[in-house]
Write a protein that binds this ligand. Structure first.
Ligand code: UGB
Length: 614
């Protein structure tokens, strides 16, 4: 605490504090002499913004003084981490809460329609040429993983990026992402005839995930990436709001703290901007920033082609999308046209699409059409932004993204909330402030290739309407085997049909458990070049390719095959491999004797017999 001044001698006007404000909070007045000039400045902001209640329960000077200091440390953080500070946060909150109370529709005046974008078909010529272009561009890209979310829907106790994407090799999501980026870096540099370029890799964390993310990286030597190549940016939470006047909520567990909650993945833009990274990247000649989420084990299969689309079409913003099932919990990419002529292509979040459609002449709301899918492509929240226009826009906005508020009201009078609320923002709302001249596009890929997130706990996944994706650890893992099987089929391998099995109450297709390291095959043409002759893989088989220069020729696999090779060694895998292999043994998600990361997928792998080739 600051040097002490006799409170009676304290001239409020000298401090620039309005007497009327302080007189209503005698407990603050008694403590004023404890405060430093910086803390007095924060007091002024809080009082001017109608937050005197925060001091109502303060103890006499000499009691809890350390807690009072910690209170100001928190207020200083909340003030500095929000563009425009706390005053701006409270002002925006008042406006949004008033709109919400009035039932104002954020899409008022806009009519939705289905936009057009680039629709890709895996493996055809145009897909191959986009992939080729994308891999060449990759050395001019930076990758940004947003991983600050707790994953409340999944209910997993650890951080989501530490979960195995699949349990055949146990590779966790973060390892898989890093290995893909390193493989892209290597191939892209090789094609350019250079080797020095390092692709920057940024992870946005939060207080909920930061320490465990650092531990995961450090205990695994950054999964082979240079530590200097990885940057962590931690997002701060924002203050909770107790009522329509945006009075900040006192933490129920500590009267000297303001309750806080996450602000959403939209924070990534302000953090990137204020970190100075964007300018460094621009100066280093980078052209693209790719954003992606924490648990999609397929997404890098879609990255080369979608980056190729961005480069070919010169999109300032390219959103990756997949065909969307009506009511699926992914946003819909929509063209919104205003009565005044404005028009934009933007994500409409899953909880807003149905009411918007119903209010604008689509009485059935969010429903599938004759194709069995919603006509609006599903946003998988993987964005590719062109760096130059991105910096230009952020230098105007500071990275602030249009926010929203979602209070749960106690009753129809909408005067009080069931629990405190806060402002939130989403990274895909970035285009909302862009001028009409911005080139905004999207790229639609097959779901089996591009999207299988792990978001839902087993109980909720089992309740998903039939035909809609489970988005669980079970379906996320099975989707990796299916994608790899389908890719090899397309490359000419006879891969057996899957069988249907039920794990944790979810019926899934079980394909052969095929996995490979990204360096083995980043693009379809690369994978094709590694397969020749008459290869076949039975349904009960498992194949793990760990090496880079591994060539499958006339392979007949019925069992488990692991191919380990030294970095550059060339290995031909030929002939028949037959053994008892590895089986999937069902486990119940309620069986707490089984590790959590296993039981949430409903099976474990029983490694009976395998053949290893080196
Ligand atoms: N995240 C953060 O980094 N910080 C936060 O404060 C919050 C989240 P969810 P959500 O593709 O499946 C999104 O919770 O928000 C990270 C899109 O909005 O998994 O319900 C978090 O760690 C939606 O349009 O998803 O829905 C994670 O990596 C749709 O595209 C990411 O943000 C949907 O994802 C997403 O957080 C989807």
């Amino acid at each position: 605490m600051a040097s002490s001044v006799d409170s009676t001698a304290l001239e409020l006007s000298q401090l620039g504090i309005n007497e009327d404000f302080v007189s209503s909070v005698p407990n603050l007045r008694k403590n004023l002499h404890l405060l430093s000039p910086e803390q007095i400045e924060l007091v002024k902001i809080l009082l001017e913004m109608g937050q005197s209640h925060l001091f109502e329960h303060w103890a006499e000077p000499g009691v809890d003084d350390n807690e009072k200091k910690a209170f100001f440390d928190q207020v200083a953080r909340l003030n500095s981490s929000y563009p425009g500070g706390l005053a701006s946060y409270i002002k925006t909150a008042r406006g949004l809460l008033a709109d919400s109370k009035a039932g104002k529709n954020p899409f008022d005046g806009f009519t939705p329609s289905v936009p057009t974008g680039e629709v890709l078909t895996f493996g055809d010529d145009s897909f191959a040429s986009f992939e080729d272009r994308g891999v060449r561009e990759a050395r001019k890209a930076a990758f940004v993983l947003v991983a600050g979310g707790l994953g409340e829907r999944l209910g997993y106790n650890g951080i989501k990026v530490a979960l195995p994407a699949e349990t055949t090799t146990g590779t966790c999501f973060l390892q898989s992402y890093i290995e893909y980026v390193l493989a892209l870096q290597e191939t892209s540099n090789r094609l350019a005839g250079e080797c020095q370029t390092e692709i920057p890799f940024v992870i946005m964390t939060s207080d909920d995930t930061h320490t465990r993310t650092v531990e995961l990286l450090e205990s695994n030597s950054y999964f082979g990436m240079k530590p200097s190549q990885v940057k962590l940016l931690k997002q701060e939470k924002v203050a909770c709001l107790d009522d329509n006047e945006a009075r900040l909520a006192v933490d129920p567990h500590n009267k000297y703290r303001i309750q806080t909650k996450p602000h959403g993945h939209g924070d990534v833009h302000a953090l990137l901007y204020s970190s100075g990274l964007l300018k460094n990247w621009h100066n280093a000649g980078l052209r693209w920033v790719l954003f992606f989420q924490d648990t999609n084990g397929l997404l890098f299969k879609a990255i080369p082609a979608s980056l190729g689309v961005s480069a070919t079409r010169e999109y300032h913003v390219n959103s990756l999308a997949v065909p969307r099932k009506a009511k699926e919990a992914i946003g819909g990419i929509t063209r919104l046209t205003h009565a005044d002529g404005r028009s934009m292509v933007i994500n409409v979040e899953y909880n807003q699409l149905d009411p918007l459609l119903r209010a604008t002449g689509f009485p059935d709301g969010d429903v599938n059409n004759e194709t069995g899918f919603s006509p609006f492509p599903g946003n998988i929240n993987q964005l590719i932004l062109e760096l130059g226009p991105y910096i230009e826009e952020l230098s105007k906005t500071g990275g602030a993204i249009k926010e929203f508020v979602n209070p749960k009201y106690k009753d129809a009078s909408k005067t009080s909330f069931k629990s405190s609320t806060r402002l939130e923002c989403m990274m895909q709302d970035y285009p909302k402030t862009l001028p009409p001249s911005a080139r905004i596009g999207f790229t639609v890929m097959d779901t089996w290739l591009a999207y299988a997130p792990v978001k839902n706990n087993p109980e909720d996944a089992a309740k998903v309407p039939k035909g809609n994706p489970y988005h669980s650890a079970t379906s996320g893992e099975m989707a990796i085997y299916r994608a790899n099987s389908l890719i090899l089929r397309k490359a000419g391998v006879q891969v057996a049909d899957p069988v249907e099995q039920v794990f944790n109450g979810q019926e899934v297709e079980v394909w052969p458990r095929i996995t490979w390291k990204p360096k083995w095959g980043l693009t379809f043409s690369e994978i094709k070049s590694r397969v020749s002759g008459n290869c076949s893989i039975s349904q009960r088989s498992t194949m793990v390719i760990k090496g880079k220069n591994v060539y499958l020729k006339d392979l007949s696999l019925d069992g488990t095959l692991i191919v380990n090779t030294a970095e550059d060694a060339e290995v031909k895998v030929e002939g028949s491999v037959q053994n008892k292999g590895w089986t999937l043994e069902p486990v119940d998600y309620k069986d707490t004797s089984v590790p959590e990361e296993i039981r949430i997928r409903g099976f474990r792998i029983n490694k009976i017999e395998q053949e290893e080739r080196n």
